[in-house]
Design a protein around this ligand. Sequence first.
Ligand SMILES: Cc1cc2nc3c(=O)[nH]c(=O)nc-3n(C[C@H](O)[C@H](O)[C@H](O)COP(=O)(O)O)c2cc1C
Length: 267
Amino acid sequence: MKRVPIRRLFATYRPNSFHYTQSPSPSWQLGQGAPEFLEKHASIPKKTWIMSETSSKDTYRILTSCIVPRPIAFVSTLATDGTPNLAPFSYFSMVSHNPPLLSISFNLSPKRPKDTRENILSTKEFTVNIISEAFVEAANVTSVEAPASVNEWNLSGLTMESSAEVKPAMVKESHISMECELHFSHDITDLKSSEITNTLVLGLIKRVHVRESVLTADRTQVNPAHLNPVARLGGLTYAKLGDGFDLARPSWKTIRETVEKKDKTAS
Ligand SMILES: Cc1cc2nc3c(=O)[nH]c(=O)nc-3n(C[C@H](O)[C@H](O)[C@H](O)COP(=O)(O)O)c2cc1C
């Protein structure tokens, strides 16, 4: 299939200024759905990708642009000879808080190993650092597919800070750094051949370091207005955090009466 090059008009970069807003439909009522949205979009056909008939390249393209925004783990490791390594990974998520686990998945190609994967599997230690807008260019350069001997810290100009429990350094510029130990790893193979295409790693978070300036007033969690994290979208696109809004978690106690009334009217 011929690819259509993406042309963009670039506006000047404006630093994020996060605000809390109302939710999109503050007067939304139980059972209301989204009729106006549906009316606008329902007649537009959907294109379908049948995964078993889609090439790995096209699967990558469609999934990495569908599953968005993805947080980015900026991972610092050491090779067995002590060479430091730094690289970003967006197949990254929180797995559980008890125990505190995060996941990272490495896409492998027969052409070259992922040094971060090799280092984590052999040394069992790494740090995950969160990238803020202000140093995203420096972080992005560390994704260069350089030989294992190249120290990406030097390319980025970012600063090492000693960790307390693990040997790999933390990124001093990061407002948030997590010291991790390898908890579990699993190689994932191609469904048709036995070729290893991915390795899933679970990291046990030993310590979380958060700069005081990005904490909420009660110092128990991170204030998104001050973190300015970046996320990964499809292709080469990164995203900043937009505005935030709170939505109360629905409680059965509160909605029960309305639901039961509605059910009675319907029957
Ligand atoms: C924002 C961003 C996110 C990335 N996410 C992943 C990922 O989740 N998994 C992966 O295998 N590679 C990912 N990459 C590519 C790696 O960063 C790249 O292959 C890098 O060279 C790996 O470095 P290493 O060999 O030193 O570990 C990503 C690159 C960028 C720029």
